[in-house]
Design a binder for this molecule. Sequence first.
Ligand SMILES: Cc1ncc(COP(=O)(O)O)c(C=O)c1O
Length: 460
Amino acid sequence: MGRNNSGEIAGVFESLSNECSRLRLMRIIDEYLSRNQASLEAYENARRLMPSGNTRSALYWQPFPLCMRRGEGSHIWDVDGNKRVDFNYNNTTLILGHNHPKVIEAVTEQLTRGTVLGASTETEPRLAEEILGRLGSADRIRFTPTGTEANMQALRVARAYTGKPLIAKCLGGYHGSWDAVPTTPDAVDIPQPVKDNTVYFPYNDPEEAEALVKKHKDELAAMVVEPTMRDMTPRPEFLETLREVTADNDVLLVFDEVISFRLGYRGAQGYYGVSPDMTAIGKIIGGGFPVGAYASTDECMGPLQIPDATLPEVASPRLGFSGTFNAHPLAMTAGLTVMREMKPERYDDLAVMGEMMRMGLRKAFIEEGVRPFVGGAGSLFFVSWTDKEVIDHESSLTADRGLFNIFNLGMMNRGVFILGHPNVSVVQRREDIRAAVEAARETVREMKPLIRERAPNLRS
Ligand SMILES: Cc1ncc(COP(=O)(O)O)c(C=O)c1O
């Protein structure tokens, strides 16, 4: 790419020599600044107190992130009072949109009975049953407070079950912020002996994945993969090959469905028709409260199982995980309400709206003479500022992060909130999608001089 691709606005500005491009960029930033003064103030205050002014690195963007006040249905309002159509929903969490009346009712009722009760509740097995009924691949499930811990515990169970140490994962794949699964091998915070337990393969490359499994089969506990990774969808035979080669070599296949579980009633595994040995989920199953879960067969979950014993003999499982907030009653209640609302036909509606969005964006971009890559599946969509088809980490790196950032600012200036995990929810209205497509059209029209100068390859 030959130019600074950090996405920083100053870097983008410096990369432009044409006066018209620079003026357009300044116009977008000025408008963002003038609409979001209270957010700026909130950010400056937060910066005094927290590194980068936040506790979620993914929620920082330049020149400063918005500070939100409330959400309702398909809309959110920031502290300046700006109303925007939401297409982010807390990074794909709120599949029923904000403040769904049934979720609020269930959670309010739960609150009258306490917050956390220091023991399991009746709701926990109900949600377990609801999820296991959908995942054909699992008999047992455990809840965690996050998707990070869901992956972490699943992979630790995989190690305990197989007695093997290595984990294989996709380059660029995100399975939470912890040290066995860094996004790429160059993580600066992980000691080499820990890094040595992780091996990598490119998404959508069945031959490399197969070779990797065969090479490490005696030490490889599990291969973890997202069935669909943001704008990357699996090519034919990719997931099938992973399934076959892991099964043939006694390696567990783990699907990280923290996001992709929203693809269908039976998750992405049902959508693509490939069953893993273990599944990690999160986001939508907590109805807006912190949650994660992992599910597998009775046999693979064996290490967590208390063996049958006759009193006074005391038996304990080989592996145990605790967590003060595991299966939090509010998350279980909200999640159960969401899952019961999410009947199979609702996933079909979501897929139709997702496709409307992807097609609408592609059409608007073509009509405006630009051709970024628009990807995604089901209710997920994504715009990558590259002329390549995004199929793996390498091709995703060709996307211009500066243009990505500026496009998002232009969309926010026009009342649309998308950011890093764009998706539609069941409360999305057709007019929300039409408004977003129009906003995208106006934004690229405004960005055209910048695109012409910075990424001439993106002109069609
Ligand atoms: C695929 C995937 N796995 C795991 C995680 C981690 O989940 P959490 O943020 O709930 O810890 C995420 C978060 O976005 C994710 O996208």
